[in-house]
Design a protein around this ligand. Structure first.
Ligand code: PLP
Length: 487
């Protein structure tokens, strides 16, 4: 039969995959020509695609034409060198090759036996990365702890929260769930709130302690001490403290050593969320930002943010893997096998929410092998240098102010409100944001700090060079001039 389906014919794969790689390489070659932020309206795609799937095969060429004409206009180009929004989500040739290989082999490595190499490579590359970050030995696989790749930082904080919750409930009794308390700063990522919702933590028992500019939005340990002792006096049970290194709004760094001590003194699980800034700590000059990690029960960084590893790859280390396993393991008959029964292997299904898992360690391995530590360090340093330059440009223009001193590659700034401004520059800066983003030339994002509407300029896309940062600044200045009524 001429049209017989051959879904995994190797010659067809070779031919089509070559075409796809060409398509992707051309995309990267011309990526600067697209509006960074997609300019389509909601529902645009339904107007362009048929209502139902085809009965008969279509050609790859037809599909690629549709991608070019209908899909790419609806893409926001995270890999564009003019992308400065949120935090970066890096791709790289090495990361891409790893993803490709993972898709090619396409195993589902939930237990060691389902693909021993997938589990063993993950254990090894997380030990490698832990060593690059100079994490304490108890996070290495040789001790009681170890590393695991989660999809996202949100999953990472959820699994450790579950482990911590169950650990404390084993101690105090399962009827005390309603008394358990979680602490973090009001700058902690909303992923923690979601994790609390899922873990059944009473909404009133989630303490987000206030921060302000006096600590550059870092958590004040005295506030934590006070809250913990008030809560203990009220008969409640503090059990989880989350610190952030590189908060989402402004890259604040919580004081890990003091917080770790509070956690230890009160028998609380201490988690560190370094989703974005963790990558910088492979450079000796930034490693001090995670001093105090020795006191943590768990530490997380997203290799898919700023470590050239294509999404998704969130590295989580725990000090005591048995806590995770006690919360998350199941042992159904249909998954039993000799290696697992003998307790001789890691079964990563017991370290995460889903059963199925991809061979994600391949891309992290590729990134570390094909680039090497020195290149990775220069990569980080270059972005930080570009952010420094941007910060200087902002500081030199009297119409603008830098809101918090820059720590990594994020600059928080705003247009100063005029004397008669009724809303402290909120409308002025949100209009500037809207204007520059809808120009399609750059994409930046915003936050609110101490009631101020703040613009966030995060350097970190792999293709960004000095010229992109200077022209982004020109775009911002031009729109600011228009908004302020200049010519
Ligand atoms: N934690 C911090 C500090 C973040 O900045 C982010 C996202 O930007 C997250 C957690 C959530 O990351 P993910 O999308 O991997 O869940």
């Amino acid at each position: 039969m001429e049209n017989e389906l051959k879904p995994m014919d190797s010659e067809q794969l070779r031919e089509n995959a070559h075409k796809m790689v060409d398509f992707i390489a051309d995309y990267y070659k011309s990526i600067e020509n697209f509006p960074v932020l997609s300019q389509v309206h909601p529902g645009y795609l339904r107007e362009l695609l048929p209502d139902s799937a085809p009965n008969h095969p279509e050609s790859l060429q037809d599909v690629l034409d549709d991608v070019r004409q209908k899909i790419l206009p609806g893409v926001t180009h995270w890999q564009s060198p003019d992308y400065f929004a949120y935090f970066p989500s890096n791709s790289s040739t090495a990361g891409f090759l790893g993803e490709m290989l993972s898709a090619g082999i396409n195993i589902v490595g939930f237990s060691w036996v389902t693909s021993p190499a997938a589990t063993e490579l993950e254990v090894i590359v997380l030990d490698w990365l832990a060593k690059l970050l100079k994490l304490p030995d108890h996070f290495l696989s040789s001790g009681q702890g170890g590393g695991v790749i989660q999809g996202t930082a949100s999953e990472a904080v959820l699994v450790v929260l579950l482990a911590a919750r169950d650990r404390v409930l084993r101690r105090v009794g399962k009827d005390f769930l309603g008394k358990l308390l979680v602490y973090a700063s009001d700058q902690a990522h909303a992923a923690l709130q979601k994790a609390c919702q899922i873990a059944g933590i009473h909404p009133g028992n989630f303490r987000l302690l206030k921060t302000d500019s006096s600590t550059n939005y870092a958590l004040d340990p005295d506030l934590v001490c006070q809250a913990v002792s008030d809560d203990l006096a009220a008969g409640l049970i503090p059990f989880f403290l989350c610190a952030t290194v590189g908060t989402t709004s402004s890259t604040a760094v919580d004081p890990l050593s003091s917080l770790g001590k509070i956690a230890k003194d009160n028998d609380m699980w201490f988690h560190i969320d370094a989703a974005y800034a963790g990558s910088a700590c492979i450079c000796p000059e930034y490693r001090h930002y995670i001093n105090g990690v020795e006191g943590a029960d768990s530490f997380n960084m997203n290799a898919h943010k700023w470590f050239l590893t294509n999404f998704d790859c969130s590295a989580l280390w725990v000090k005591d893997r048995s806590a995770l396993i006690q919360s998350l393991s199941t042992n159904p008959e249909y998954l039993k096998n000799k290696a697992s029964q003998a307790n001789a292997v890691v079964d990563y299904k017991d370290w995460q929410i889903p059963l199925g898992r991809r061979f994600r360690s391949l891309k992290l391995w590729m990134v570390m092998r094909l680039y090497g530590l020195e290149n990775l360090q220069s990569y980080i340093r270059n972005h930080i240098k570009l952010a420094e330059q941007f910060e200087e440009l902002v500081a030199a223009d009297p119409r603008f102010e830098v809101i918090v001193p820059r720590t990594f590659s994020l600059v928080c700034f705003r247009l100063l409100p005029t004397v008669h401004d009724q809303d402290n520059g909120h409308k002025l800066n949100s209009s500037l944001l809207e204007a520059v983003n809808s120009s399609g030339k750059i994409f930046i994002s915003h936050t609110v700090l101490s009631g101020k509407f703040v613009l966030r300029f995060a350097v970190g896309a792999p293709l960004t060079e000095e010229r992109h940062v200077s022209s982004a600044w020109e775009v911002l200045q031009k729109h600011a001039t228009t908004l302020l009524g200049g010519s």
